[in-house]
Structure formats: structure tokens, C-alpha cells
Design a protein. Structure first.
Length: 275
């Protein structure tokens, strides 16, 4: 009987202790303050960005180009206006050509202008133009290509550093030669990637603008020529043609003499046959 009572008392004590421990456990858990879900994600992203030095966003790489053609009344004034716009926007003339067609006099310019001044330069040279026969403006986003080239270049440089470290530890001649061969191939790839990247950066930093302007020559100017002048021009043309023909004969005189000799002997032979 005594053992039964003791067992009953022990069970009551154990249940009482368990009821006490549950609220204390809940207090311990509630005392820990967990960060909000969004805050934890932001902290994780921040850590990833700090761990990755290439994480900052690269500015957009845009290649801008323009091609313009228009008519003007005065080529010299138009060129002076374009030169003023070139100086104001720190641009440079890459090509400059001029000439004359059947019905117009023209001048063509290829200008390299800093990309940040591209719009201002186009607006400056467009002033005073009544209409454009052609005005093509294009932009090409090469940011993805730029990032890809930069990443590949970085990888190649790391690979080169690794091979250089291996080269320092190599002892056999055949190993050294093989490693140097690999380093040479990697160096060629690095130089090629650097050239592509430099070319891309150059096209991004400076835009190309092609400008064609011309002045029409009136066709009525030909009517002003008198009839007598036309006759004299025809005589001169005939004289030049005759002179050209005589010069051509002088240039082929050996063949003419040879032909005459052959004709003489052939004719003489035919006469003998007739006799």
C-alpha cells in the first residue's frame, strides 16, 4: 500500500513539473527576435554583392551612328556652319571629300563626335536645313557583348596566372616547353580579346556621323552657249579626234609596214600565176 501511494505521488509531481516547463520554453523561444523575411533576403543579397566584386552594374554601352544628306544653296557657308558645330562639340573630321557630278557640286564629311555630344551636334548641323533627303540615326546596345568580353578576358588572365605559377614549379624540360606553349596560346587570346574590347569602347565613346551636302547646277546654263561657239567646239573636237587617230597610226607603224610588205609579195605572186 505504501508503494502504491508513493508511485501516485511521483506521478503527480512529474505532471506538475511538465506544466511549469512548457510556458518557460515558450518564453525562451519568444525572447529570440528573428528578422523579417524581406530583411533577411536583403542582407543575403548584400553579402553576395560584397563577395562578388563584379556585381556593380555596368553603365549601358550604346553605339550611335547617323547618316545625313541634304541640299544647300551655298557649300562654303554650310561647311563653315558644320565646322562651328564640330568645334563646339569637340568633334573631329575623319574624312573630307568633294567633287562634281553632272548636275551638282557636292561635299562629303565623316565626323567623329563624343557620344555625350551626339544629340547636340545633330541639332546644330540641322539648323537652316529646309528638308533632308536622308536622315538616318541608329543606336546599338552592346552592353551584353561588352560584359561577355570583359568576363572572358578576366577568365583568360586568371588562367594565365595559374599557368605561370605552375611554370615556376616545373622541373622537366618537356613540361616547361608544354606549359610555355599553353601560356603563348592564352596570351594570343588575351590580346585578341583586349583588341575587341578596345575597338568596342572606341565605338561607344565616339559616334560616327556621315554628312553629305550638295548644290544643284542649273541645266539652263547650257542654253547660254551660242550656236557659233557650238560649231567651234565641234571643229575642235574633230581636230582632237584627227590628232588622236594620227598618233594611233604612229604608234602602230611597224605593223603597217609589215602589212604593206606582205600585200606587195602576195600581189606579185598572183601576177606570176596569171602569166
Amino acid at each position: 500500500m505504501r508503494y502504491i501511494f508513493f508511485l501516485f505521488f511521483a506521478l503527480l509531481s512529474f505532471s506538475g513539473c511538465s506544466k511549469h516547463e512548457e510556458p518557460m520554453a515558450e518564453m525562451a523561444v519568444s525572447a529570440v527576435k528573428l528578422p523579417p523575411k524581406n530583411e533577411s533576403i536583403a542582407n543575403s543579397d548584400a553579402k553576395d554583392k560584397m563577395a562578388d566584386p563584379a556585381s556593380p552594374e555596368i553603365p549601358q554601352k550604346i553605339i550611335k551612328e547617323a547618316s545625313i544628306r541634304f541640299e544647300t544653296d551655298n557649300l562654303e557657308d554650310t561647311f563653315n556652319r558644320i565646322q562651328t558645330a564640330i568645334a563646339a562639340n569637340k568633334a573631329t573630321i575623319q574624312n573630307d571629300s568633294e567633287g562634281k557630278d553632272y548636275d551638282n557640286i557636292y561635299r562629303n564629311l565623316t565626323v567623329r563626335v563624343p557620344s555625350q555630344n551626339f544629340d547636340a551636334f545633330i541639332n546644330a548641323i540641322s539648323k537652316g536645313v529646309s528638308y533632308f533627303e536622308r536622315k538616318d540615326i541608329s543606336s546599338q546596345n552592346v552592353t551584353e557583348e561588352y560584359i561577355d568580353l570583359t568576363s572572358r578576358l578576366k577568365t583568360k588572365r586568371k588562367l594565365e596566372e595559374r599557368y605561370l605559377q605552375i611554370l615556376q614549379k616545373a622541373t622537366k624540360i618537356n613540361e616547361i616547353l608544354e606549359i610555355e606553349k599553353q601560356i603563348s596560346a592564352i596570351r594570343e587570346e588575351i590580346e585578341a580579346k583586349e583588341g575587341q574590347l578596345k575597338y568596342l569602347e572606341n565605338r561607344v565613346s565616339e559616334s560616327t556621323v556621315t554628312i553629305e551636302f550638295y548644290k544643284t547646277i542649273a541645266q539652263k546654263e547650257g542654253v547660254k552657249t551660242s550656236y557659233g561657239s557650238k560649231i567651234w567646239s565641234a571643229i575642235e573636237s574633230g581636230f582632237y579626234s584627227l590628232s588622236g587617230f594620227l598618233l594611233w597610226i604612229l604608234s602602230v607603224w611597224p605593223f603597217i609596214i609589215l602589212f604593206c610588205v606582205l600585200a606587195y609579195f602576195i600581189r606579185k605572186r598572183f601576177k606570176r600565176k596569171k602569166i
